[in-house]
Design a protein around this ligand. Structure first.
Ligand SMILES: [Zn+2]
Ligand SMILES: [Zn+2]
Length: 219
């Protein structure tokens, strides 16, 4: 049984559907620049709160509600997953959601499959299955659909550039700045050599213990 959730209309992402009317098939396209709400971010990157988000939405009246199909283009700020350098970019998120008329006869039903976009992954279908959007009178609050679409479109591992070489494993310097000649000659510093030997020793001990443990198991 899907839970129904109504969102109280508020602010910049609420659209008035009076102009559209309820005649199935009538459509209306609106463009709007809205300030980004908070919480549009993952661990490494996100949309800065209040940043300008360009929104274009086509509203289409269908028998049970309004189908909202749109695109949002939002600026991003965060850091590179490999070298941790600050980066800025942008994200384009597309969405298509059905908003049901309040109190309609389809109110308690799950969303129709035909409104699901083909390229959606299973994870999102699971999310959608539990969530229905409703109009509040003539008002359509696009925020939940917008939010889901933008967060899904955020990159999990943002990169400052496609071929970012990351950080030097030994000294932590960004390899892009350090240049191709950057390397550490372990033999040049006896302290590094000593450390390296210790490390190798640990590895050997570990392998021995593992081997013994396996012997015991096989017993
Ligand atoms: Zn980087
Ligand atoms: Zn280094």
């Amino acid at each position: 049984m899907p839970s129904t959730r109504t969102h109280a209309p508020r602010g910049a992402l609420v659209f008035d559907m009076r102009q559209l009317g309820r005649q199935a098939g009538s459509a209306l396209t609106q463009t709007r620049t809205v300030p980004a709400p908070d919480d549009l971010h993952l661990e490494l990157i996100g949309v800065p709160v209040g940043a300008d988000v360009a929104l274009e939405v086509r509203f289409e009246a269908v028998s049970e509600g309004v189908l909202a199909t749109g695109t949002a283009i939002a600026p991003l700020a965060g850091e590179c997953a490999r070298c941790l350098a600050p980066l800025t970019s942008s994200v384009t998120a597309s969405f298509q959601e059905l908003y049901l008329y309040a109190g309609g006869r389809h109110d308690k039903h799950e969303k129709h499959d035909r409104y699901d976009k083909n390229d959606r992954n299973d994870e999102q279908e699971e999310q959608d299955a539990g969530e229905l959007y409703h109009l509040d009178g003539d008002l359509l609050d696009l925020e939940p659909a917008f939010r889901d679409a933008v967060v899904l479109a955020l990159p999990m591992s943002p990169l400052c550039r496609e071929d970012c070489p990351g950080l030097c494993a030994e000294c932590g310097a960004p390899l892009a700045d350090a240049g191709p000649g950057h390397r550490h000659d372990a033999a040049a510093d006896p302290r590094w050599a000593a450390l390296k030997q210790l490390g190798d020793q640990d590895d050997n001990d570990y392998q021995d213990r593992r081997a013994r443990a396996t012997d015991l198991q096989e017993g």
